[in-house]
Ligand binder design. Structure first.
Ligand code: SAM
Ligand code: SF4
Ligand code: SF4
Length: 338
C-alpha cells in the first residue's frame, strides 16, 4: 500500500473521514429522528451488522494512506457505543491521523469526557439547540433539560477537550433562542455554530420555508453584537467564521442551504454498517463491510476506496431544488451522522 493523495472528478482531495459508530440515539430530535418514524417499531441496525473497532481501524488506515488526516466520530449518538475510548486509542495510534473529533448530544460527557481525552480525543462538537427549558425538551422529545448538556460541555472543558457548540436553527422551532445562545456562549468564550436546517433524509418534513439562513441570523446578531468576518483556515473548512469584535470568541455558520460549499467538499462518510458514502445527501453507499471482513489484503481495501473517490461527482447542495428535495431514497442523518 503506497501513500498517495486521491482526488475526485472535480479535483477535490479526500481529507476528512466521518465515521458513524451507531445509528441509535437517546434523543428523538424533531428535525433528525422524529418520533412518528423512529418510534418503538423502528428497526435499527442489528449488532452483527455494525463494524467492529478492528474493522473501523483497518478502514481508517486505508483512508489515511489516501490523504485523510482528520477523523470525526458521530452517530446516532456515538457515546452510546460501548467502550468508545478503546476505538479512539486505536485510531490515534494510526500514523498520519492528526486530529480526532467527536460530535455528540453531550448527555454522557459528564461520565465519559476524561476517558475520551485520555484515549486521544482532541475536540468535541456538542449539539444544543436552545437554552430555553421547554423549547429544548420539545426538540429532543425525551424531556432532557439543557442543564444536562451544559454540564457535559463543562465536563469536556475540565477534561481538556476543545469544545464547540452546534445549534440547528429551524423556523418556528428555536428562532427566539438565537440571541440568548449567542450571548451565553460569547460570555463563556465558546464558539457557537449555527447550522441551517437541512433536507437530509426524508423523514423530517423539510421545506425551503423552514430554513433560517445565515443572512437572517447575522441580521439578528447585529442587533446586539458587533461582529467581523474571520479568514478561512484551510481548504475545505466548512464553517463561515466571524468574531465578536474586541474578543477572540468566534461564531460560525454552516450554510449548506443558502451558500453551498460543494466545491471544497473533502469529506468521506462511513455509516455504522460499513457503507461508504461520498455525500451527505447520497442515496447509495458502497459496502466496505464485506470487503473488510473477507480480505486481509490492505491493498484491496485501499484500491476500492481510491476507485470510488476518483469517480465522485457529488454536489447535491449546489444543485438543490424543490424536486431534488423530494427524493424518497436519501439516507437519514441519524444513520450517516452529519
Ligand atoms: N447525536 C449527535 C449529535 O446530535 O451531535 C451526533 C449525530 S447528529 C446526526 C450530527 C449533527 O447533525 C448534529 O449537530 C445535529 O444537530 C445535526 N443535524 C441533525 N439533523 C439535522 C438537519 N436536518 N439539519 C441540520 N443539521 C442536522
Ligand atoms: Fe440524536 Fe443527534 Fe439526531 Fe438529535 S441530532 S436525534 S441527538 S442523532
Ligand atoms: Fe459535500 Fe454533498 Fe454536502 Fe456538497 S452536498 S458539501 S458534496 S456532502
Amino acid at each position: 500500500m503506497t501513500n498517495s493523495k486521491v482526488h475526485d472528478k472535480f479535483n477535490r482531495p479526500l481529507q476528512d473521514l466521518r465515521i458513524s459508530v451507531t445509528d441509535r440515539c437517546n434523543f428523538r430530535c424533531t428535525y433528525c429522528m422524529p418520533k412518528e418514524i423512529f418510534g418503538k417499531d423502528f428497526t435499527f441496525l442489528p449488532k452483527e451488522h455494525l463494524l467492529s473497532f478492528e474493522e473501523i481501524e483497518k478502514l481508517a488506515k486505508a483512508f489515511t494512506k489516501l490523504g485523510v488526516s482528520k477523523i470525526r466520530l458521530t452517530g446516532g449518538e456515538p457515546l452510546l457505543r460501548k467502550d468508545l475510548p478503546t476505538l479512539i486509542e486505536k485510531l490515534s495510534a494510526i500514523e498520519g491521523i492528526e486530529d480526532i473529533a467527536l460530535t455528540t448530544n453531550g448527555v454522557h460527557l459528564v461520565k465519559q469526557a476524561k476517558a475520551l481525552k485520555a484515549a486521544g480525543l482532541q475536540r468535541i462538537n456538542v449539539s444544543l439547540d436552545a437554552l430555553d427549558e421547554e423549547t429544548f425538551k420539545a426538540i429532543n422529545d425525551r424531556g432532557v433539560s439543557p442543564e444536562w448538556v451544559l454540564k457535559g460541555i463543562d465536563a469536556g472543558f475540565e477534561a481538556g477537550l476543545q469544545v464547540k457548540v452546534n445549534m440547528v436553527v429551524k423556523k418556528g422551532m428555536n428562532d427566539k433562542d438565537i440571541l440568548p445562545m449567542a450571548a451565553y456562549f460569547k460570555e463563556k468564550g465558546i464558539t457557537l455554530r449555527f447550522i441551517e436546517f437541512m433536507d437530509v433524509g426524508t423523514s423530517n418534513g423539510w421545506n425551503f420555508s423552514s430554513v433560517i439562513t445565515k443572512k437572517e441570523i447575522l441580521e439578528k446578531l447585529a442587533t446586539e453584537f458587533d461582529i467581523e468576518p474571520v479568514e478561512q483556515n484551510y481548504f475545505g473548512e466548512v464553517a463561515k467564521r466571524y468574531r465578536y469584535k474586541g474578543t477572540n470568541t468566534e461564531v460560525g455558520f454552516i450554510t449548506s442551504v443558502s451558500e453551498s460549499f460543494c466545491a471544497s467538499c473533502t469529506r468521506a462518510r462511513i455509516a455504522a454498517d460499513g457503507k461508504f458514502y461520498t455525500c451527505l445527501f447520497a442515496t447509495n453507499g458502497f459496502d466496505l463491510k464485506e470487503l473488510v471482513r473477507n480480505t486481509n489484503d490492505d491493498d484491496v481495501i485501499y484500491e476500492r476506496i481510491q476507485s470510488i473517490w476518483q469517480k465522485r461527482t457529488d454536489r447535491y447542495s449546489d444543485q438543490r431544488t424543490e424536486e431534488t428535495v423530494k427524493n424518497r431514497d436519501k439516507i437519514e442523518m441519524s444513520y450517516i451522522g452529519g
